[in-house]
Design a binder for this molecule. Structure first.
Ligand code: ASP
Ligand code: MG
Length: 409
């Protein structure tokens, strides 16, 4: 088999961990597999570099930022290749550009445009274990170093797996897989044996931190089988794959929470065409990603309230835009809350089972938890609640949907 193994920051946090990674890689190769390794920077290293940049400049240039941040992965790539070599296996370390990862020109959040994988493939064919720096690439024309956005080495791994037609992409991290919910809140949370791309995508974007959202999108689009597992144990992880019949039998696969949201409400806006367009165009132009949007029209049909949620880090920016628009359009008031959290239940089985949302609302009500906003998709229901009820909500929902009774793996 041809396998891509990606190791996150905690898996390469120090020389002991890097040697353990080398051993795992070599064992995989011993079993007759060709292996490509993708590594993150050592845990905390990227944050440290960002911090250094801000110490020398209030507004560091993004081009130089990319040059700086890409150095974290160069370190672990070289060390990992050396450690593999020390075990008697041929290994070569490649930066993003040496590996042919071509991106667009958007510094600090570049998109991969293509991967010219000849060098990777040649090295594999010559018997090398290829170690590639995650999170980085190079622009096609100018030859500038770019990075792919935080957590981007997951994306590097999945994209490389797709480019070289790998049989499997293993993402090694410090948890044993994808759980029904955060085991820190619910100790009985169960590890899922497999989960569909779509569910994983919802869970990743709803706050589950095991995989970067864009990497899941990529895996889904190109059908790359991904396994999330721990580099600290030998237990099998969770397979992220195409939906199958079995998955539909389970109504809810997981519960996520996100405390990183804030909610803004414009009260008493005129109810006429173009109002929402104006508001959300201005918000979008400020590069703020809006999550939920709810509009209510008063019974006489003349005024409307619009609520929406944004990441907490964008609250001040969004609030200013909302206030400007409120003044311009003659709205009555703008209010906000940042003591909220979003609780979501996710499962492809929702497509074929009724009453799932009702059960969620009933469960929250029974525990005195008020719901401020609701949004749904085909496979998820999300509620905004007061942040102080987050843990309670997660626990009672995990219980209500019997997630602790899932077969263990
Ligand atoms: N080192 C980068 C980060 O911390 C990329 C990654 O670890 O995936 O965001
Ligand atoms: Mg990561």
């Amino acid at each position: 088999m041809l396998i891509v193994q990606k190791f996150g920051g905690t898996s390469v946090a120090n020389v002991e961990r890097i040697k353990a990674v080398a051993e795992r890689v070599v064992n995989t190769a011993k079993q007759g597999n060709k292996v490509v390794v993708v590594v993150s920077a050592m845990a905390g290293e990227t944050d440290k570099l960002i911090n250094l940049a801000h110490q020398v400049s209030p507004n560091p240039s993004e081009r130089e930022m990319d040059l700086l941040l890409s150095s974290g992965e160069r370190v672990t790539t070289a060390l990992t290749a050396m450690a593999i070599d020390a075990l008697g296996y041929k290994s070569i370390a490649l930066t993003g550009w040496q590996a042919g990862i071509i991106t667009d020109t958007v510094h600090t959040k570049a998109k991969i445009e293509k991967i010219t994988a000849d060098r990777i493939v040649n090295a594999l064919n010559n018997g090398y274990i290829v170690v590639i720096a995650g999170f980085q690439g190079i622009t096609g024309k100018e030859g500038e170093i770019t990075t792919l956005g935080r957590g981007g080495s997951d994306l590097s791994a999945v994209a490389i797996a797709s480019a070289i037609n790998s049989d499997l992409c293993e993402i090694y991290t410090d948890v044993e897989g994808v759980f029904t919910t955060d085991p820190n809140i619910v100790p009985e949370a169960k590890k899922l044996e497999k989960i569909s791309y779509e569910e994983m995508l919802e869970m990743a974007s709803l706050g589950a931190k095991v995989l970067q959202t864009r990497s899941v999108e990529f895996a889904m689009k190109y059908n790359v089988p991904v396994v999330v597992r721990s580099s600290f144990s030998d237990k099998p992880g969770t397979l992220v794959t195409k939906e199958d019949k079995d998955m539909e039998k389970v109504v809810v696969s997981g519960i996520t929470y996100d405390k990183n949201q804030a909610k803004i409400t414009l009260i008493g806006l005129p109810d006429r065409p173009g109002i929402a367009a104006k508001l959300f165009t201005d918000i979008a132009n400020a590069n703020i990603v809006v999550d939920m949007i709810v509009q209510n029209v008063s019974s006489d049909g003349k005024l409307a309230d619009i609520s929406f949620t944004v990441p907490k880090s964008d609250l001040n920016k969004a609030l200013k835009i909302a206030k400007d628009i409120a003044t311009e359009l003659g709205a009555q008031n703008v209010i906000y809350r940042d003591d909220i959290s979003k609780i979501s239940i996710v499962g492809v089985g929702m497509r074929t089972h009724s009453g799932v949302a009702a059960k969620m609302f009933e469960t929250l009500a029974k525990h005195g938890i008020n719901i401020m906003t609701i949004s749904t998709s085909e496979i998820k229901v999300s509620c905004i609640i007061e942040a102080k009820y987050t843990e309670l909500a997660v626990r009672v929902l995990h219980d209500a949907f019997n997630l602790a009774d899932k077969p263990t793996v």
